[in-house]
Each structure stands twice: as C-alpha cells, then as structure tokens.
Design a protein around this ligand. Structure first.
Ligand code: FES
Length: 616
C-alpha cells in the first residue's frame, strides 16, 4: 500500500463573483484570489503595512490574525471576520467576500485601450522548444540542437547571458526550455516551468506620481498596476527645482536618477506582486514622462532644458538594456523610451496623442494632460500643435494644505444640496483630505454658492447667507472653508480649503487655460470650433466636466458633454508602445509631425494668463 503524501488542498469561493479555486492548504487569500481571477489590490505589495486588502471570511478555517492585522484592523472588524487578504492563510474550504473597495480596479486608461483598435505584436518573441539529447552519435552543440527546433523568426543570435544559461536550462528541464528574444537577440533561455511567462511593464513617470502597468506579452492581457509618489519631490515640486538640484548639488544628477530608478522598480515590483509574477520574467519596459523625467531616468544632463532655448539632449526614441539602468527586471530586458517633442513637451504628451488617436479626427480636438507640468495638444483637423505650461502640483493634491492623491478617504466629489456642501469620499470612508477631482468640485461649488468671487477671494463675513456660509472662518490668507467637519474625518480634525489653496488652484487652472487659448489662436481656431476636449492625467479619471468648465479651466463655450476624461492616457500610450511595435513606430511619426508652440515667446502670454486666472 502506498501512502498518499500529496499536500492537502482547499477550495475557496469568492463572493459576489462566485469564482472558485482549489489551492494547497496554507495559501494566502490574495494568492488564491488571483488564481481564481479575482484581483485584490495590494497597494503595499502584500507587506501588511497598508491595510487596504480587506476581505471578509464568511466561512472556513483561517489562521489567527497576524500582528499586522491586529494593528491595522479594529477588534470589531476582526470579530466580524474582516481580514487582510495578503496576511491570512486558509486551512479549510472557505467562502470569502471581496468588497469592491478592495479590488484592483481596472483603470480608466485600460478601458480606453479596450475601445481602441491595435494589433498585439510586441517587441518580445518567445517559444517553448524541446531540445534533443546529445549523444555520442549526435555531438551537435547545445545551441545547434536548440536551433534545430526554432522557427526562422526565433532563430536569432543569442546574448552571452543566454548562452551561459543554456546548458543548465536544457539539462534541468528534460530538454524543455523557454526561449525569449528581444531586439533580434535571444536574451533568455530557462527551463519551461509551468508558471513562467513573458511579461512587460509600461511606466509613466510623472513629476509627482509614477504609475506602472503589467501586461502578459504572450496574450496582450492587462494584469495589474501600481502607483507611487516620485521620491524626487523632496527636492522640489516642479521640474525646474529638479534641474536646479541636478546642477547645484554634488552628485545631484546621480541621486535624482537613482530615485527615479527606485520608484520605477517599486511600481513594477508592486504590480508584479499583485499577480505573483516574478520580475525576472519581465522582458520589456516602455517608459513615458516629461522631458525632464525622461532625462533624469536616463541619467542625461537636464541643464539645457532649464535655460533658453530649452533644448533636450535627444528627442528620438531610445532603447537601453535594463542592466545599464539598474532596473529590477530581467537584466537583458529592453527598456524603450518613447520620443520627446521639446524641452517641456515630453514622451508623456506623445503617449496621450497616440492613445487618444488625436491625429486624423475629422474635426478639431484638444487633449489636455493635467500634471505638475501641463501639456496641451491640439489637432486642428490638419495639423498637430503642442505646448506646455507650468500648472504646478495642485491638481495632484500636492501643496494644497489638505491635498492628497486619489486614494481611500480622499474627498473626490463635492455637491451642493440645500445651500450646503455635501462631500463624497473614495470608498465612503471618513475624510482624510481632498484629491484633484474633489478640488475642482469644491471650487465650483463655492463659486455657485457665492462663497468665492471671480477674483478667487473668499467672501467676507456677513456677505453671504445660507448654511454653507457657516463653513467660512479666519482672515486674510488664513481665511478658509471647512469642507469636512471634524466629525466627518478620520483623525477628527477638519479638512480645510484655504485662501492660499484657492490661489494655487487659480495659478494651475490659469496656466492650462492660457495654453489652450494661445494654441487655438496659433491654429487660427475659435473655442467654438472644438468638437471635443479630452482630459488626461491621473485626476482626469474622475473630474466632473461641469466643474472643469465652471472654474474656467476650459472655454465656457463648451458643453459638459464635450469634455471627456480619458484617464492617464500618457500611461496608455506607453502600454500601446509595449504591446505593439506598429504603435511604437506611430509614436515616432507623431512626435516628428508635432508643431511645438513656445508660449513664453508669445507677446500675448502675460495678458492671456492674467485673464485666465479669473473665475468665469
Ligand atoms: Fe497592504 Fe495587504 S496590507 S496589501
């Protein structure tokens, strides 16, 4: 009689989807969920530090709460079966409820890509080959026997690293190996283990926020994404302060590059961890960013971006090996940087133009990418114009007293009801701060209620009545509106919007609006000629078009229906370049045909900007 030594398995069912999976007992809930196709967001990469991967164990035996769970979950929650999916091991069949707030949401830019036609034809090719055994009768080299099994497409020269791995891979796998090629070279030969795959990452490195997207390159399927703050922000919020740091600090450029690489690695690793992909199986990375970020990731001197005539070191697309940059992916992976257009119009704008299919539209369309450095692209119907403006980080929640990135507890929407403000937070949680979309709504609501005048000044005491007037307090630059009362917030201190915050919003929206006006003039168009305005950028995901118009970010001749948020389209452009070499070529054509308009050269700039600071 043989003893059955197979590890016990358990069956997990996930509600409300109904998806089920059988896994070895002792697996974490997050890992089992991913195998069942239920993706739980793991913002801290499953380290048990963020407390965001909450699920509810409806039935089944699970391990007792870990220290991390005890510190991040209340007793009441633990008693009700709430647990952290990344921490909880399952020992019996179980039923787990995964609330919407814990799910890895499909980002809007990913749905933008689903509506867009493109052929998946990445720069990475791969196959699994059965390499015949060497015998005294067949003394062909390992490479020769591998080549016998490769199609013409895959039969390209190997890198020295791939050759070094070849003998072990062939002999440790019974001859079954996975071969990956990039840029016309075989770069990896590994035993063809079940869970290996060929993956790619697209990264949008912004001045304030960095987002990474993980894709399966064999199918083109989206797997996960992760975002983080750019650690370079400690040296200043905008690109000029980063350039100054690179110029004035000892090893400043090396430090900025190291910080950029570390955050790119972080978002890639966190996205990969969500779906249990090993980063050494990532064979290509595409990167977009403004020209300064592009230079800093590459370690190129940004000095000449910061002084007239603002010339980049290089504007064409660049390919670099991962090992030369220090990226924590397969060391032979290709890292592709999309082309830039000018000193302040970068690869991120190329990404937006590509993803939004701006060029070729029958009528004029405007795309506005709202980040710390704002970029505007206008397709006139026959020509493509681009310009940049210094919007500042206000719309990304930075430099606003209670600003934050769109995350749990951020005020994302503000409505007016019965003469008062009504706030809505992400996840319906107690308020923590306010993110970009909430900021737009809040300013629009304050204008509607008369608490704010067209110059951006808060109304003095007694000048307005109604319930919302009671939210105004303080004097001068300290005058403020209490958006969320202490009882509505997580830390029991009110969320405020100060007079200084309003000024920052005015500067940001004034810069964007001036760029829009001047590009329209350059193209010989009037605002009424625009058929549509696409709002890109992290907060373009959620911005209320009515609020964008109400605060005068865009020409007031537009109807709300003509304004559409398209999410982080720069990131979507990086994804397209990752998945399709055709789209990559197209990005180069678009960059070459773009007409860059230097706004500071425009004699009208100061006047237009000053006007644009006013609210309508
Ligand atoms: Fe952060 Fe689980 S606690 S992902």
């Amino acid at each position: 009689m043989t003893e059955n030594t197979a590890a016990p398995t358990v069956r997990l069912q996930f509600k409300p989807d109904g998806a089920a999976v059988v896994v070895p007992a002792g697996e974490t809930i997050s890992s089992a969920a991913a195998q069942a196709g239920v993706f739980i967001a793991l913002p801290c990469g499953g380290r048990g530090t963020c407390g965001n991967c909450r699920v509810k164990v409806l039935s089944g035996d699970v391990a007792p709460p870990t220290e991390a769970e005890v510190s991040l979950l209340s007793e009441k929650h633990l008693e009700a079966g709430v647990r952290l999916a990344c921490q909880t091991l399952v020992y019996s069949d179980a039923v787990i409820e995964v609330p919407q707030s814990s799910r890895a949401l499909e980002r809007k830019e990913i749905s933008l890509l689903r509506r867009r036609e493109y052929t998946v034809c990445p720069n990475v090719c791969h196959c699994v080959a059965e390499v015949g055994e060497a015998t005294l009768g067949n003394q062909q080299s390992d490479l020769a026997r591998l080549r016998d099994e490769l199609t013409e497409h895959m039969d390209v020269p190997p890198s020295i690293q791939a050759l070094r791995a070849l003998p072990g891979a062939v002999r440790n796998s019974g001859g079954r190996v996975r071969v990956a090629g990039v840029n016309g070279r075989i770069v990896s030969i590994t035993p063809a283990a079940e869970r290996d795959g060929i993956y790619g990452a697209a990264v949008d490195i912004g001045t304030t926020t960095v987002v990474g997207y993980l894709f399966d390159l064999s199918t083109g399927e989206y797997l996960a994404s992760a975002a983080s703050y750019n650690p370079q922000a400690q040296h200043g919020a905008d690109v000029i302060s980063r350039i100054n740091f690179a110029l004035t600090e000892h090893d400043g450029l090396a430090q900025l590059q190291a910080e950029a690489i570390s955050v790119v690695n972080e978002v890639i690793e966190r996205a990969a961890a969500q779906v249990q992909v090993e980063t050494r199986h990532i064979f290509e990375v595409t990167i977009v960013g403004n020209t300064c970020m592009h230079h800093l990731v590459l370690g190129l001197d940004p000095a000449h971006l910061g002084a007239s005539p603002y010339v980049p070191v290089v504007d064409e697309a660049i390919d670099v090996e991962a090992r030369d940059l220090g990226l924590a992916v397969n060391q032979s992976a290709n890292v592709h940087f999309l082309p830039v257009i000018a000193g302040f119009v970068g690869a991120d704008t190329v990404g937006v133009i590509l993803a939004a299919e701006l060029v070729g539209q029958p009528r004029p369309v405007l795309a506005v990418d709202i980040g710390t450095n704002g970029e505007v692209a206008l397709w006139s119907g026959s020509e493509l114009f681009v310009a940049s403006c210094a919007a500042g980080p206000a719309f990304e929640g930075a430099q606003i007293q209670h600003g934050m990135r769109a995350g749990p507890g951020a005020i994302e929407r503000v409505d007016v009801q019965d003469g008062d403000l009504v706030i809505h937070t992400i996840g319906g949680l107690s308020a923590v701060g306010i993110c970009g979309s909430g900021l737009f709504d809040a300013v629009a609501a304050l204008l509607d209620l008369g608490l704010l005048d067209v110059t951006g000044r808060y109304a003095p005491d007694g000048a307005v009545s109604g319930r919302a007037a009671g939210r105004l307090e303080g004097e001068g630059t300290a005058r403020r509106v209490e958006l969320a009362h202490a009882a509505e917030t997580a830390d029991r201190t009110p969320v405020l919007l100060t007079q200084t915050d309003i000024r920052k919003v005015q500067l940001a929206k004034g810069a964007v609006r001036a760029a829009v006006e001047l590009l329209l003039r350059r193209a010989g168009l009037a605002p009424e000629d625009l058929s549509e305005v696409l709002l890109a950028g992290a907060f373009g995901n959620y911005v209320n078009p009515r609020s964008a118009l109400r605060i005068g970010l865009l020409p007031t001749t537009l109807e709300p229906e003509q304004v559409r948020g398209i999410g982080n389209a720069a990131g979507a452009g990086a994804v397209l370049a990752l998945l399709s070499v055709e789209e990559r070529r197209r990005a180069e054509e678009l960059a070459a045909r773009a007409i860059h308009v230097e706004l500071f050269n425009s004699p009208d700039f100061q006047d237009v900007f000053a006007d644009a600071m006013f609210f309508p």
